[in-house]
Write a protein that binds this ligand. Structure first.
Ligand SMILES: Cc1cc2nc3c(=O)[nH]c(=O)nc-3n(C[C@H](O)[C@H](O)[C@H](O)COP(=O)(O)OP(=O)(O)OC[C@H]3O[C@@H](n4cnc5c(N)ncnc54)[C@H](O)[C@@H]3O)c2cc1C
Length: 384
């Protein structure tokens, strides 16, 4: 089926990005994989290419393009090359929507030029050691002082980009939950990570996404100036709910792209690997497996593309985003596993891209809300 989401501009961008990945990422990726983090200079180079400013209005140094299609191409091209851009996905996919939606004019002028130039890298901290799926259960507090600043205390975990970040959007309670509404009283702050009392704990040792810096954070009496409150005090849960749809589309699209890359890796592998005197591709099982995977990937592409169009039209609903995430990530899980199987033992070796894809993809069904939470959202939307 002919794809209709991209035009000539997008395909030109794809070529530029592919060349960038080949020269600036592929040669160093094994080293970054072993180190468990990408160097900060990668982000500077990505900024020079304009990757962080695509959706940022021109007056703050961006390109002012109100579309996620260029991000979608980044997911497709990194998956195709079997690499990642470290933890930088959260900078644009997770943090930027909050700045664009909530920041005042003064905040935009202060935050966005540095955001675009990668002078300040951003992350988003919702999850806590005691609560992930149940965000309303968060315990970090930000108490307002008589001078109007806020004092932040608490801890966050699993924060992608947490080591490199200069600003983290932290969700914390500014007032206790009420008996009627557990979601009440959560606020969002753009916390400067160089503040006193802010510390980065362990960089977590993960099964996959080895190049992204996922960290624990802790806050002891961190003073946040009032001008770093994002949006209205107490409306944080609502803001989180609104922006999670774009995050979930991003995970859905990334998962589809990984599944497509897996089929390509397996296709190439089975043609050259000889078993019992013939290529693995000669077995009917191989053909059937890859054909079934291809059909699933085609369906995931259609879902991801449709969600992308809806997102760009600003009418992707939370339930539709949940549905796209559930479908694409579950497809990717099945497809990548089957493609790895076709590699035999080599598929288990990290030097083969399918092994890294297998490990990297696993978290897609967990973060941004688990598959079970996606089902809960969809069922609620069905009136169940
Ligand atoms: C690599 C990685 C990167 C991450 N990056 C970030 C980040 O940048 N920022 C951030 O804030 N968070 C981040 N997270 C956190 C992530 O969003 C959470 O891990 C996720 O939401 C699940 O929360 P949890 O781990 O506490 O699992 P839990 O909530 O403890 O869930 C455990 C199990 O219970 C199930 N469950 C929970 N509630 C229900 C229910 N109502 N019905 C049925 N089953 C249920 C879950 O589906 C799961 O199977 C990241 C996580 C990982 C692993």
């Amino acid at each position: 089926m002919r794809r209709t989401v991209y035009g000539e501009d997008h395909e030109d961008f794809r070529k530029t990005l592919r060349a960038f990945i080949e020269t600036e990422v592929v040669p160093f990726h094994d080293e970054w994989f072993a180190a468990g983090i990408v160097p900060r200079e990668l982000y500077t180079k990505m900024a020079e290419l304009g990757l962080f400013g695509i959706r940022v209005p021109e007056e703050y140094g961006g390109a002012g393009i109100d579309s996620h299609k260029f991000e979608a191409i980044q997911y497709e091209e990194t998956a195709r090359a079997g690499v990642t851009f470290g933890g930088s996905g959260v900078h644009v996919l997770l943090a930027l929507p909050y700045i664009l939606m909530l920041a005042t004019e003064e905040q935009k002028q202060r935050y966005l030029p540095n955001f675009v130039a990668a002078e300040e890298m951003w992350a988003l901290a919702m999850t806590e050691p005691g609560t992930g799926s149940d965000l309303a259960g968060m315990r970090s507090t930000a108490k307002r002082t008589a001078e109007g600043t806020y004092i932040l205390n608490g801890a966050k975990t699993f924060i992608t980009g947490g080591v490199h970040a200069d600003r983290v959007i932290v969700a914390a309670r500014t007032s206790p939950a009420t008996a009627e509404d557990r979601r009440h009283g959560i606020s969002l702050f753009a916390v400067n990570t160089h503040s006193e009392g802010y510390s980065i704990g362990r960089k977590l040792d993960k099964l996959g996404l080895r190049t992204s810096d996922t960290a624990e954070l802790s806050f002891v009496d961190v003073e946040i100036p009032a001008e770093d409150l994002l949006g209205e005090e107490g409306r944080g849960f609502y803001y989180l709910g609104t922006n999670l749809a774009s995050e979930r589309w991003g995970i859905a699209h990334g998962a589809y792209a990984q599944a497509e890359a897996a089929v390509r890796f397996a296709h190439d592998y089975v043609l050259q690997r000889q078993v019992f005197g013939q290529p693995v591709a000669a077995f009917q099982n191989t053909k059937f497996e890859l054909a079934a995977c291809k059909a699933e990937v085609d369906a995931a592409q259609a879902v991801a593309d449709r969600a992308l169009e809806a997102l760009d039209n600003h009418d992707l609903t939370p339930a539709e985003a949940a549905s796209a995430k559930l479908f694409c990530t579950e497809v990717a899980h099945r497809v990548i596993d089957r493609c790895l199987q076709l590699h035999g033992g080599y598929g288990f070796m990290n030097e083969y891209p399918i092994a890294k894809l297998y490990a990297d993809n696993r978290v897609n069904r967990i973060y941004g809300g688990t598959s079970e939470i996606m089902k809960t959202i969809i069922a609620k939307d069905m009136g169940l």
